[in-house]
Design a binder for this molecule. Structure first.
Ligand code: SF4
Length: 464
């Protein structure tokens, strides 16, 4: 083969990789037997998307997920994370399940220190036993164990702070719950990386509280709107601020801008009691969406695209984040399960599907009048574009808005997704039979006794 021809081939190959769309593998949530269960489909999609290629045998693999706030009930069921842990183990990886400490978003938020976070996770069903691997809060007890990531070309952020335990892992599989989000518009893979992988200081940074133009610390404050000590929440408010910068005294509230560390702790009085000048609010809200794209991009670059994989469960699609202490009715039907090596493409695929389906009656989708196929549900519910964060990431090169949706056939191999002790030779009855050989039969002496037919007619029992 001559040199020129070889160059032509190389150039074609280059063009092919340039034009190749990111693949997003997808299955719906319908159940038609064991291999079509959601956990089994997630495992099949793991294989189709070749998520095992993110890591080598013996590598430490972070399984990044959200284990739910206290009394949230829409967060991912533990089994949906466990099956990904099992896949990583099957391919020789050394998994650990992880999340990070949060900012104190709520008076009674339970995940802002590592110990409280683990307690909540256990209450929600996430333990070493249920996961089959360690659970690690990777930014330390108080969220200060992190590394600074420079983002020189960030659209807003110049830096972000990545949890050290995630930074030190060899690879990461990001397992996300797709749903709405009050600040992020929607939650998916990008947010799971941008906020979920940020240390506490990183979260405060991405929430832009210190931004010199739109950050909270720059907003006008009117403490006279506060009811003071007549408010039933005044003790809570007074004890919430970790540095004593927000205080309620007699008939008003005070705010010490210099002392404030921008932790988000007093957002309830901010929003509910109208203590703040909202002039900068809209800018702050939309800029936060950009900041998330910056941070997620910084982390993807640092960790390496080749070491990252994504699984998204678009089920129980509540309008708000799993960070809130409760879950509202789903706004759209379950969409299904997605897997990809592209953080942006997987989110855009889920968003596109959410546009296609109708809203659910009685949910916020109806209140906000985004019930029709074709409506951008989350844009309508939150009042900001659902595309800002994905577009930011795409412009920075951490993923693609353009994708190819691949819908593989669902396996028919039941044994492949059954308990590992079950085979055609040893189904569940086999194990029962072993027991019966020891204790005989459960049929009572003389057999069971029945009436010849029901003593009440089916017609009568069928009436309301
Ligand atoms: S005043 Fe500042 S430091 Fe105190 S709770 Fe509010 S945001 Fe946090």
């Amino acid at each position: 083969m001559n040199f020129k021809y070889r160059l032509t081939l190389l150039y074609s190959k280059f063009l092919e990789t340039k034009t190749l769309k990111s693949k997003v593998y997808y299955m719906d949530d319908r159940y038609h037997g064991l291999p079509s269960s959601i956990p089994a489909k997630a495992q099949q999609l793991f294989d189709h998307a070749k998520l095992n290629e993110c890591f080598d045998k013996g590598d430490t693999v972070a399984i990044k997920c959200h284990m739910g706030e206290w009394n949230n009930s829409a967060y991912l069921r533990p089994i949906l994370v466990r099956v990904i842990v099992d896949k990583v183990k099957e391919h020789g990886g050394k998994p650990f399940v992880t999340d990070t400490t949060t900012a104190p978003y709520y008076f009674y938020g339970t995940r802002s220190t590592a110990d409280l976070h683990l307690e909540t996770a256990a209450r929600n069903g996430f333990t070493h036993e249920s996961m089959g691997c360690p659970i690690i809060i990777t930014d330390g007890m108080y969220g200060t164990d992190d590394i600074k990531i420079e983002i020189p070309d960030g659209v807003l952020l110049k830096e972000a702070y990545l949890a050290n335990g995630i930074a030190e892992a060899d690879a990461m599989i990001v397992v996300s719950h797709f749903k709405g989000h009050g600040s992020g518009v929607y939650g998916g893979s990008i947010k799971n990386v941008a906020i979920g992988c940020s240390s506490k200081r990183g979260k405060i940074n991405v929430h832009l509280t210190h931004h010199h133009k739109v950050g909270w610390k720059t907003w006008g404050f009117d403490g006279d709107n506060c009811l003071g000590e007549e408010c039933p929440d005044y003790v809570l408010c007074n004890n919430m601020c970790p540095v004593g910068a927000f205080k309620i005294e007699k008939d008003h509230a005070t705010y010490d801008r210099e002392a404030c560390i921008g932790c988000f702790g007093h957002q309830r009085p901010l929003f509910r009691c109208d203590l703040w000048d909202r002039e900068k609010y809209e800018d702050w809200r939309t800029w936060f969406l950009i900041a998330m794209g910056d941070a997620a991009t910084g982390y993807v670059r640092h960790l390496g695209k080749e070491n990252l994989g994504y699984i998204t469960y678009a089920i129980d699609i509540s309008p708000a984040c799993d960070c809130v202490p409760g879950s509202d009715s789903p706004v759209i039907p379950n969409l299904g399960i997605f897997a990809s090596r592209d953080m942006v493409a997987i989110d855009v695929a889920a968003l596109d599907k959410s546009v296609e389906v109708p809203g659910i009656h009685g949910s916020v989708a109806e209140e906000k009048e985004v019930m029709n196929p074709g409506d951008e549900k989350f844009t309508g519910i939150v009042g900001m574009s659902q595309w800002i964060t994905a577009n930011t990431c795409s412009r920075l090169g951490s993923g693609s808005m353009d994708y190819e949706l691949v819908e593989p056939l669902v396996s028919e191999d039941e044994a492949a997704f059954a308990h590992h002790l079950f085979t055609p030779e040893t189904p569940s009855g086999y194990y029962l039979g072993k027991g019966l050989k020891k204790f005989g039969t459960w049929t009572p002496p003389g057999g069971f006794s029945y009436r010849d037919k029901p003593s009440v007619t089916i017609e009568e029992l069928s009436k309301r």
